[in-house]
Write a protein that binds this ligand. Structure first.
Ligand code: ATP
Ligand code: MG
Length: 753
């Protein structure tokens, strides 16, 4: 009797089956949007596990977002029942690299509890280095340097790889030097940025044969989704890991390569066939997602790009509506129309969760938010930071980071005077100075300084209290559940009280956010695990799956699908972006066109495309003209409607002359969460239980005393003036000051007189 077909093959077409069943050797699946690439990759994972070709822990599967990873894990679970023993290494490049790097951190000079910095911390750190290097930050912004360093890391370059030509791009050739200083500083505070996760692992795999072969042997099968958007560092990393067994399957679509601004190289598709000779290429041509009109519209636009690898797409679906192109008067009208269409969809029995508004750039969401709040339409903003980006959340996280990771100077800086605790800039500067002189973290420097008379009065008292609190919280972290600890820390630090005292409209929402933060922590077993999660979600997508209308950038929508899609702002200068227009070349314009292709192909049944005749930019009304992509839509598959009264002449506008307010999307441009955040009762208990100033012994990290001071030597101290050294004890000096009397000070704060 024939064996029954395993559930993960059910319904798959012949090409998809080949993609699932060709498990040995390199495989490249090259296919258009909605052809079931992700579905086939998921079935392949299920097949490998179900046929016991490998244990889950011997499989590496890379997805583009954390959400995609979660979905794939769930689907595999469903496909093979509960037979999954152990966990595959399933996640984004960043998540997987972070997990690996924790095991080998010491090989690149980090400890395994290293912090992953977000953009904010990164910029703060760079700014300090820029100032220290006496570079004019106004002329050479930290953001620009951050972008360069990112680019280098995406290429897999350590500072030594940056040549003079590249270095030239910042501060007259000082880019490379600052990159090196930045890496050094990151190591000193036991931290790394996103780019480092991969870069460090790449360094380790290149240098440590043992580690390399350990992973090469472990990963019997490697699976990669959205392959067209891998950057060089990611590619090199994959190639190293796959070199031994060569069982690697990558799926992608060159027409959907939309991250070149983040270093993605579509050439990796060609590289694959060269680096893995004998690779089997499989093409999927049947689209299962969209109606014929939607598919034809998308194909018609992308056909205007040159240098494509070329694919055929067809669908069995016959029914469907044409793509609706709607011209409106202005932004508010655009938002109003979308709201109406969503409500009409609900009246027909659908839900808002079937719909998505896709924008080119983050700033476009504002108008929709305003409108949806006004009509009470629940929405969520996906992509970017939102929740974890908020100031109060970042403050709370900084407290937790200081507890988790004593060397996290950036976190300490953030909380040292938040809430205000009477620590002047001078006191903080002294702690900094000592930390630098001794090469110790700020928390240690703070403790060290308290062991002397360097600080007095209020500054001394509050720093002492903070240092004591931190030490105590660290102790508690060992015994207390981390959500409880967080609650206690927020109360005892005075942070909750500060928000409660604040009568402003936002403070209630802030307290609610903190409640929400503590709630979110409960989903994680450890504080470290939670903090890691936060670092990772910041990089990409949002987690919650409530039935709400979604607003997101096209970039964030990659790989997703919705019944109804609203594409907003198809106007020259918005989409294609002003930046792409200014750059002029075909490369950036073609990338915009690929974005248009991605945008249209997210729709299953209905696709609306909007363009407005007028936009308000920085408070100024400007006329717009429809995007060239509107003109590229094949007329036979489109239904156009213009609701504006003005007619063509109004569209004649000098859009090319306006300033460029269109920052590209990406990390760091996320918006806050919508208004819909649950109105839970917010406040934490105000427990004023405080520990009186506790001195933390500084003896454990005594540094080398300086050799140039001896008893009887006359010295100068900035605060206490001139005096004579009476006693030396390590780096602490007892000095008889001419005016201040006998004081205990640190040798780094005196100069020879
Ligand atoms: P994208 O390029 O946008 O990432 P994709 O190629 O990964 O798209 P999937 O998301 O895997 O495509 O699939 C698109 C839709 O088609 C999904 O709803 C999926 O469930 C469905 N689908 C995939 N394969 C089949 C099939 N053989 N039969 C029926 N439906 C399918
Ligand atoms: Mg996909």
């Amino acid at each position: 009797a024939p064996t029954p077909e395993p559930p993960y093959l059910r319904g798959l077409n012949a090409e998809q089956r080949a993609a699932v069943l060709t498990v040995d050797g390199p495989v490249l699946v090259l296919a258009g949007a909605g052809t079931g690439k992700t579905a086939a990759l998921t079935a392949r994972l299920a097949h490998i596990i179900a046929t016991r070709r490998a244990w889950p822990s011997e499989i590496l599967a890379v997805t583009f977002t954390n959400k995609a990873a979660r979905e794939m894990r769930e689907r595999v679970g469903r496909l093979i029942g509960d037979a999954v023993e152990g966990m595959p290494w399933l996640g984004t490049f960043h998540a997987i690299a972070a997990r690996m790097l924790r095991r080998h951190a010491e090989l690149v000079g980090l400890q395994s509890n290293f912090t992953i910095l977000d953009t904010d911390d990164q910029l703060r750190l760079l700014r300090q280095l820029i100032v220290a290097a006496e570079i004019d930050e106004k002329r050479w912004p930290a953001r620009q340097l951050a972008g360069l360093i990112d680019r280098w890391k995406n290429r897999g370059w350590v500072p030594a790889d940056v040549d003079a030509g590249e270095s030239e791009a910042y501060a007259n050739g000082r880019g490379g030097e600052l990159y090196a200083a930045y890496q050094e500083r990151l190591r000193a505070v036991n931290a790394c940025d996103f780019g480092d996760l991969l870069l460090h692992m790449l360094t380790i795999l290149k240098q440590e044969r043992e580690v390399l072969s350990q992973y090469q042997n472990r990963f019997r099968y490697i699976l990669v989704d959205e392959y067209q958007d891998t950057n060089s560092a990611q590619y090199l990393w994959l190639r190293l890991l796959a070199q031994e067994r060569k069982n690697i399957c990558c799926v992608g679509d060159d027409d959907q390569s939309i991250y070149s601004w983040r270093g993605a190289e579509v050439a990796n598709i060609l590289r694959f066939e060269r680096d893995f000779p004998g690779a089997v290429t499989i093409r999927l041509e049947q689209n299962y997602r969209s109606t014929p009109d939607i598919l034809a519209a998308a194909s018609g636009v992308i056909a205007h790009n040159g240098g494509r690898l070329g694919k055929t797409l067809w669908t069995e679906a016959t029914a469907g509506e044409k793509v609706q192109v709607i011209g409106v008067w202005d932004g508010p009208e655009e938002a109003r129309r979308v709201g109406e269409e969503v409500e009409a969809h609900e009246r027909r029995g659908g839900t808002a969760a079937d719909c998505a508004v896709l924008v080119r750039a983050q700033h476009q969401t504002r108008e929709f938010e305003d409108r949806f709040i006004a009509i009470g339409l629940p929405y969520r903003i996906v992509g970017g930071f939102r929740f974890y980006e908020r100031a109060e959340i970042r403050d709370a996280l900084a407290y937790l980071r200081v507890i988790q990771q004593p060397a996290d100077d950036l976190a300490f800086e953030r909380i040292v005077n938040t809430p205000k605790r009477g620590l002047g800039d001078k006191a903080v500067a002294q702690v900094h100075q000592l930390a630098r002189a001794r090469g110790v973290p700020l928390t240690m420097a703070a403790a060290l300084i308290l062991d002397t008379d360097e600080l007095t009065g209020a500054a001394r008292k509050s720093l002492g209290r903070l240092v004591g609190d931190i030490a105590r919280w660290r102790d508690l972290a060992g015994s207390m559940a981390h959500p409880d600890l967080a609650r206690q820390v927020l109360d005892e630090s005075g942070y909750t009280a500060m928000l409660q005292a604040d009568r402003s409209a936002e403070s209630a929402g802030r307290l609610e956010n903190l409640t929400e933060l503590v709630r979110a922590m409960e989903d994680y077993e450890t504080l470290g695990g939670f903090l890691e999660h936060v670092s990772l979600v910041m990089d990409n997508d949002a987690a919650e799956d409530a039935p709400k209308l979604t607003i997101m950038t096209i970039h964030a929508a990659k790989g997703l699908e919705f019944d109804t899609v609203f594409l907003a702002g198809w106007e020259e200068g918005i989409f294609p972006s002003q930046r792409a227009l200014d750059e002029g070349g075909t490369a950036s314009l073609e990338e915009e066109r690929r974005l248009a292709y991605v945008a249209i192909t997210r729709a299953r049944r209905k696709c609306f495309i909007f363009h407005a005749a007028n936009r308000r930019i920085y408070g100024q009304w400007t006329s717009s003209i429809p995007s060239r992509f509107v003109g590229e839509l094949p007329a036979a598959h489109v239904e156009a409607e213009t609701t504006m009264s003005g007619g063509e002449s109004l569209w004649r506008a000098n859009w090319s002359e306006r300033a460029d307010p269109f920052a590209d999307v990406g990390r760091g441009t996320g918006r806050g969460p919508g208004w819909q955040r649950a109105a839970t009762s917010g406040a934490f208990t105000t427990a004023p239980a405080r520990v009186v100033e506790s001195r933390v012994s500084a003896a454990s990290f005594a540094a080398k005393p300086r050799g140039d001071i001896s008893e009887g030597r006359r010295v100068f101290h900035t605060k206490f003036g001139y005096g004579v050294v009476a006693e030396i004890e390590g780096n602490k000096l007892e000095i008889d000051f001419e005016h201040a009397g006998r004081k205990r000070v640190l040798d780094s704060f005196v100069s020879l007189a």
